[in-house]
Each structure stands twice: as structure tokens, then as C-alpha cells.
Design a protein around this ligand. Sequence first.
Ligand code: NAP
Length: 509
Amino acid sequence: MRKVGLSLTGQDIKCIEIPAGPCGFVVFGASGDLVRRKLLVSLFRLFQQDLISEKFFLLGAGRKELSNEQFRKDTEQIICEKTKETSPLGLEQFLSLLYYIDGDYREASFYDNIKAEIGKLSQKHHANDNIIFYLSVPPFLYPEIVEHLGSSKLSCQPKTKLVVEKPFGKDLESALDLNEKINKCFNESQVYRIDHYLGKETVQNILMFRFANSIFEPIWNRNFIDHIQVTAAESDGIEHRAAYYDQSGALRDMFQNHMLQMLALAAMEPPISFEANSVRDEIVKLLKSIRPFKIEELDNYIVRGQYGEGIINGEKIVSYKSEHSVSPGSRTETYIAAKIFIDNWRWKDVPFYMRTGKRLSGKDTEIAITFKKSPHSMFASMGFNEIPSNVLVLQIQPKEGILLDFQAKRPGARKCMSTLSMNFNYADLFGTEMPEAYQRLLLDCMLGDQTLFTRQDSIETAWSILTPVLTIWENSDSKPVIYPAGSESFLQADKLIESEGHKWRKIGD
Ligand SMILES: NC(=O)c1ccc[n+]([C@@H]2O[C@H](COP(=O)([O-])OP(=O)(O)OC[C@H]3O[C@@H](n4cnc5c(N)ncnc54)[C@H](OP(=O)(O)O)[C@@H]3O)[C@@H](O)[C@H]2O)c1
């Protein structure tokens, strides 16, 4: 297929980034993977861009005994490694805003100490009462920490915020329970549930693309769209997350959150404004329109797989069950394919094929919209009976852009037609450095903008769709299908899409 490029024309419309005001940031689990890999570097980037003011402090909270100096030294090392710079601009100033406090998450005295420290630091750094508590600890600790934040009255100030990392529960019941505990201490307007996919530029662009271009909206429905495929494929395995992943699996880890949120953005109705609750209302409305899976015909609508041994890029890959810390009899799924229908006026009977998996042939996250074929081929007499459909692909990662496949006459012979691909690539037009999703989300949280954070009813609706499936799988003897690492798909996943005469798109196309 030939590719046609795009260029930037016209003027940027309002590229304004509002800096955060005074703020104190308290992160629980300060020695953890997420803090080290993402949060500290993202905050530092915001600081470098003057989006965090000097009226800021970060208080790392954890179990380990650590001095402020040691915490700053560790942070310096992390930032230098990540930025690949020996002395990044502004680092010294940023480090001087960091503090550390140790204690036991189960003890009330820890929260008293945190409260006293916040009081001192807020005064010293003029951080006002805009205090953010970030839970970057294993989820079993969320209820305990939240309850202590409530009983120590740390949650009381109206500007105080609570950031919760996924997973938000492991099924409907646990999500309701967690939300109830959170709601006892915090108002929903104080709660920021992070699904980092929503912070990606390419995911946010789904809304801009759909609702800032009037040519697409009239055809964005069952009259013109044949089907939609949502893919999140990874060639990576479970890395160092085996203990967590084996308790979770692809349905909980990817499908309940990232996949359903991408589906919602691609299919929802236009919100009345780009305000948090307008956007989130439409997301919930869309999720509520998803047709429940027919339990008696589950295999026709959702299937699961688990990777066996295989080869990826010439490298031998061990099976999931042989991974370190995975139980040898594990029935945890590493792949999900599902066919979803949305029962509303716009999407009635349009299939949405969704798949996500680990140890597949490539890494590729995209939403591909296949339009209906031309109703009549006037080129049939020239031998073109089957003209390929137009396909619009919203590429999320690692390719970041938009493709539109269309047909065109090739010069020369009379009977000559090609599929061309109009191609917008972020890196070509805006450079290769895309901001880290966490930068966007952390800044929005400091600014009090909840648009890109998942609301309680959205989480509960997503779980209400998937909990019956989990219950069936967990209470039956059935097991995931084993697929060789490095494959694209497997028979049962193919059958799910081929039953309507469709095919999965090639991963990485
Ligand atoms: N890592 C990611 O890329 C990622 C992505 C999405 C969501 N998340 C979510 O973000 C949260 C943090 O993830 P993470 O990967 O950073 O987790 P982690 O490295 O396993 O743990 C984070 C920190 O929590 C504390 N902790 C761990 N086990 C504990 C225990 N049994 N009792 C008390 N404290 C304990 C430790 O901090 P101290 O020793 O300092 O107390 C640890 O460094 C999790 O909820 C995870 O699901 C992570």
C-alpha cells in the first residue's frame, strides 16, 4: 500500500497550557516502580516547563527509613538516567522541593506525622491547602490509607485531592466496596482515578478528531460504518509484574479499563462541552448501552487465551506458566478477544471487535474504523468486483497518527487501481518527543480538571459488564486456549470475527 503524507497548514488554535498554582504532593509508596519510572520524571518535566510553580513541595511517604538527602539523591539518579542528562536544567531547584517521611501505613501516628509535616511544608513553600494524596501502593492498601486520611481529617479541605491508580477493584462488588470507602472520606469531586491511557495525546486526539472535524460526524454511525476493531497488542510479556498479573489477567488489567475507555471515546455521543462532567456523562452513557454478554453463548462473544512457548524476533520465549512467580497450573488469561454490540440508535448491529494480548507478534494499539463497501461497483467490467473498503485508523501507540485508506487510479494502464493511505504521523509534524501521559494527568489533577480521570459510575458500569463473564470463567473448569508466543491470533479468536465475514487487521499494519 502506498502512503501519502500530510503537512501542517493554517495556524494553531489556542495552544495554551495553564500552569498549576501552589500545591503540595504527598505520594504513598515513594520507593515503588511507578514513582521511580513515571511520577518523579513527569513532575520534573512539568517543573522544567514552568508548569509547576515554586510554591510546591513533594512529600514521599513509605515504609523504608530514608533521609530527605537520600530521597533527593535517589531522585537525582532516576531523573538523570531517564532524561539521559548529567545535569538537567532546574534539577537542583526541583530536588530542593522534595522531602521524605517514613512510617507504617496501618498506624494512625503515621498520618499524624504526615499532617504535621504538611503543615510545616505548606507554610515554608506557600503551598496553600491544595494538597494531593497519591496512592502508588498495592491496591490492598487503598482502603486502609483512605480511612486513615479520613479519620486524621487530612481529607477535609475542599481543595484536597485523592489520586487512585488502577486497578479500581477486581470485580463489581470490590469496586463498589472501594468506592464506598473512598466516598466516606472524599467527595467524588476530590477523587482522581487514573487510567493513564486517557493521558496519551493520541487518545485525547480521538475527541478532537471526531468533534472538531465536521466531515466525519455525519458518517460516524451504522449507516456508513461496517465495523470497528480496537486492538491493544503487545509483544512484551508480564515483565516484573507476575505476582500482580497472575491474580489479574488481561480482562482486568487491560479490558475493563483501557479497552473500554478507548471504545467509549470512539463511539460516544458528542458532549455538550469539553468539561469534565459533560465528557464523563457521555462515556458512562455509552458504557451503559453495551449489550450484556449472553452467558449461554459466551464463546461466540468473548474468548481468552494464554501464551505458550514460542519465538518473537528470533528469541525463544518461555510459556506464561513457566514465567517466574506464575503458578504452573495458572488459568490466568493473557489474551482477550470480544465482539461487542452497542444498543443505541447510532450503533445498532455494528460489531465492535476488541482484542488485547501479550506476547503477540508485535506491539500495536489502534482503533480501526472500516466503512461500508460501495453499494455498486461501476468498475466491475474492468475486473474490480471487490473494491476494498475505506479504513480509518486512529493509531495510539507505538505508531502515533491517523491513516485513511482510499482507492485511486494509478497512472498508465486503463485497468489500474491502488489502495493509498493518507498518513498523518505525529512525529513527522510535531517531533518525536511526545509528552508522557502522566505529565498531562498530573498537571490536570493539580489544576482540578477531572476530564481525563475515570468517574465512579464509569468504573462500576464497566465492571457490571465484565463481572458475569469473570464469574462464569472462575467457576467453570474451562481454561484459556494456549497460543504460541509470537502469534497474531488463534482459531477461537478468529472464529469470533469471521462469523460475520470479517478478518482481524494484521498487527502492526
Ligand atoms: N508500575 C506501573 O507501571 C503501574 C501502572 C499502572 C498502575 N499501577 C498501579 O500503581 C500502584 C503502584 O504500582 P507499583 O508498580 O509502583 O507498585 P510496587 O512497586 O509493587 O509497590 C509500590 C510501593 O508500595 C509499597 N508496598 C509494596 N508492597 C507493600 C506491602 N505489602 N505493604 C506495604 N507497602 C507496600 C512500597 O513502598 P514503600 O516501601 O516506600 O512503602 C512499594 O515500593 C499499584 O496500585 C499498581 O497497580 C502501576
